[in-house]
Design a protein around this ligand. Structure first.
Ligand code: IPD
Ligand code: CA
Ligand code: CA
Length: 260
């Protein structure tokens, strides 16, 4: 399965890169002015699904753009064909393809491909995490004040701006820096490779993080919700991913916001 996830991620990633600046239609997703989708997102998803169906016709698929298919299977492919759509529409080269395979509630295969950096992140449960074939590990940063952390903002920030902004403001003075790249999967891949020490986001979807969860865990890190449990972590929107060492320190800052 990992080979097919890799083949699909590479093919779709190259397609995305080749089509930068060639978007014909930008639509707004229902009710959300800033949540964009383009024909490139849909075509990328179609490429990935075609490849999966060729090799695993009985497996279930959950794609951001096409939703869940009707297959009942213990294996579910969870796909974001273009993570970082807003960046993509502006020609900002921070976007990727991310594909995870869930088996009975756990991610067992993950592939994230960043075509701009030509970086392929891969993981299989129990076998470690890799960047372009080389083993990677989370950072060894011990204190929050030495940590570079990253976050993302939800598209519906207008409905509930307070929590999002409060967390951001609370992290700024107690870390070495806070970044916002605009691609949750790249954020998680960078936790796995030790570039970032911690990442939090409040409204992630399963396709944003399926592969990233496995990468972080296989690289020695920890992924939980804001209550510090990993039960149903794929489907829980609140996400905290760290090198493990600073996990409790980040939770403490998150708990400073009353309604989480
Ligand atoms: C978004 C990006 C962004 C994150 C949002 C996601 P999309 O995915 O990952 O970084 O902050 O929560 O929805 O819409 O570009 O696939
Ligand atoms: Ca996404
Ligand atoms: Ca997407």
């Amino acid at each position: 399965m990992l080979n097919i996830a890799i083949e699909a991620a590479l093919e779709a990633g190259k397609f995305l890169k080749a089509n930068v600046g060639k978007i014909k239609h930008i639509e707004r997703k229902t009710g959300q002015e800033t949540n964009l989708v383009t024909e490139i997102d849909r075509q990328s998803e179609a490429l990935i699904i075609k490849k999966i169906k060729e090799h695993f016709p009985g497996h279930a698929i959950l794609g951001e753009e096409s939703g869940a298919d009707s297959n009942a299977s213990d294996y579910k492919w969870i796909i974001d064909p273009l993570d970082g759509t807003t960046n993509y529409t502006h020609g900002l080269p921070i976007f990727c393809v991310t594909i995870g395979v869930e088996y009975r509630g756990e991610i067992i295969v993950g592939a994230i491909y960043d075509p701009n950096a030509d970086e392929l992140y891969t993981a299989e449960k129990g076998k470690g995490a890799f960047l372009n074939g080389k083993k990677i590990s989370v950072s060894t940063t011990e204190t929050l004040i030495n940590a570079l952390v990253v976050t993302g903002f939800p598209y519906n920030v207008k409905d509930n701006p307070d929590n999002v902004i409060e967390h951001f403001v609370n992290f700024l003075p107690v870390t070495q820096g806070v970044r916002r790249l605009g691609s949750a999967a790249i954020d998680l891949a960078y936790i796995a490779s030790g570039r970032f020490d911690g990442y939090w986001e409040m409204t992630l979807q399963p396709w944003d993080k399926a592969a990233g969860i496995l990468l972080v865990k296989e690289a020695g890190g920890v992924v939980t919700n804001f209550c510090n449990t990993d039960t149903d972590i794929i489907y829980n929107p609140n996400t905290l991913a760290t090198n493990g060492i600073i996990h409790e320190q980040m939770l403490k800052v998150i708990r400073m916001v009353k309604k989480i």
